[in-house]
Design a protein around this ligand. Sequence first.
Ligand SMILES: [Zn+2]
Length: 306
Amino acid sequence: MQTTVQSTIRFAGIGLHTGAPVNMSICPAPADHGIVFERTDIRLGNRRIPALYDRAEQSPLCTLIVNDAGVSVSTIEHVMAALVGCGVHNALVQIDGPEVPVLDGSAAPFVRGILSVGVKRLTAPIRVIEVLSTVEVHTSQGWARLAPGPGLTMDFHIDFADRAIGRQSKSLDLANGTFVRELCDSRTFCRAADVEAMRAAGKALGGTMENAVVVDGDAVLSPGGLRHSDEAVRHKMLDALGDLALAGAPILGHYEGHKAGHTLTNMLLRELFATPDGYRVRDCDIALAARLPGAGVEAHEIPAVA
Ligand SMILES: [Zn+2]
């Protein structure tokens, strides 16, 4: 059965890119509502933005969605990953500014909030998107691929010049709470060399050494160092899970990303949904539901480090 959150969960913080203070609430929603953001600071007109792939606009540093009235919300990927990773299918996310709070730079605070109230079963069946044929997209930066598979599995590869990150690869089956145990506490990261350019472009204004892992060559500049030796690739997988959630339903398939990011994962979903024989939407039976990312998640599995 589909789920929502048991009760409203509130978060307050600053936006990673805007640096502006923001309040956000994850509120219960009915079956077949999906994940929808609502800009409560906007009084007139359509202030709701469905978290769907065809609402996403090109934005290399984060995932930004926009509605028909031009109302947007950005940096949705970590809270989206937390919702899908905890098995929440429906929620109204109310926010009083244009960017989701970054909190500690990972999805762990959102996961902790969701699991503290718990999920509520609704009376409609879960529908899933089953990948039927391989789709692949490329840019000059890298590539991403979705292939058929019995549940959501993921391979991710990154390669950075800074040796503090370097080459990292990871493979995970996202069934049975893997997201909460393995991915949710991994923080966003950036290269010290890129910080000035991002700031000059009006980005990363809320970035700190605490809410992002900053690396410079061999060195991790953030105090306390890394939460995992491969925290960077784990965070890229967290982002990919959040971006895949914009499919609007759980995906059954194998995702592979090679130096992929928000743009490539969104291109991949657009390619999938433009391929008529590439997927089918089906009801989810009990055996399948037990393999979805949110099945069997428990609060005590959040890594203690976060
Ligand atoms: Zn991220």
